[in-house]
Design a binder for this molecule. Structure first.
Ligand code: TIU
Length: 237
């Protein structure tokens, strides 16, 4: 089908300024929406966090994911976790602090933050479907020790819509890594979550400060209509 009548780019009303997105070069990146971070008994709770703080991001992410699937843009999910033998987990990470359970210890959702355990799974509401990419990462940033860079490069991706948890940890680290690699990152404000309300607010401000020092910020109410305007899925264009 000829694409001439269909908008292959869209402008999102973002801060600090509107951003033009070329949809074939845009991916939705959903960071670490795992039971280990969102549900009681997982890694996040063992660190002393109130995991209910992250719940409000789930519905908006599901809405953006649904529109992204209809539009046919690339969807990438990440999961933070470690190999069962912990060979990819630095001792500094395992031994830090005084959590109730440490990485690799048995918990109610299996071993804490270990690949293949129930707690490592992405929550049911956001389960990846066929054709979507899942990147397993040992660190906070999604580019470190993964093939995410190659995956995006192979598909000609230049822009990232960033969702997931937590705002000031894996979302920030990944967005900063992506920005340094030349990607334009739009962080979707109601689709990211922090255990700390102050960090949520300030974390978003930090991204868009100084003229957008490492990205743009817009809520799903601005992203969804722009993406939905791509009324013919990319696969049919
Ligand atoms: N603890 C915390 O806020 N976050 C993490 O450990 N990982 C992610 O952000 N995914």
């Amino acid at each position: 089908m000829a694409g001439a009548n269909y908008p292959l780019s869209g402008t999102v009303a973002a801060e600090p300024a509107p951003i033009d997105l070329d949809w074939p070069a845009t991916a939705l990146l959903i960071i670490d929406m795992q039971r280990d971070f969102l549900q009681p008994g997982g890694f996040g709770e063992t660190l002393g966090n109130d995991v209910s703080q992250l719940a409000r991001a789930v519905e908006p992410i599901a809405a953006v994911l649904s529109v992204a699937r209809e539009a046919g843009i690339l969807v990438v999910h990440t999961r933070e976790g470690h190999l069962p033998d912990l060979s990819d987990a630095p001792p500094a990470k395992i031994e830090r602090g005084t959590p109730r359970l440490r990485i690799g210890d048995p918990g109610p959702m299996g071993r804490i933050l270990i690949r293949g355990e129930p707690g490592h799974d992405i929550i049911a509401e956001l389960t990846p479907i066929g054709g979507e990419i899942v990147i397993d990462k040992p660190g906070k940033g999604a580019f470190y020790a993964t093939d995410l860079g190659k995956v995006l490069q192979d598909r000609g991706i230049a822009n990232l819509l960033v969702c997931g948890v937590t705002t000031e940890v894996c979302v920030h680290t990944t967005t900063r890594e992506a920005n340094d690699r030349g990607y334009e990152c739009l962080v979707v404000s109601d689709c990211v979550g922090s255990y700390f309300p102050d960090f949520q607010r300030i974390g978003l401000e930090m991204i868009k400060a100084q003229g957008g020092i490492f990205g743009w910020v817009a809520d799903s109410g601005a992203v969804i209509p722009a993406l939905a305007a791509l009324s013919t899925p990319l696969s049919q264009v």
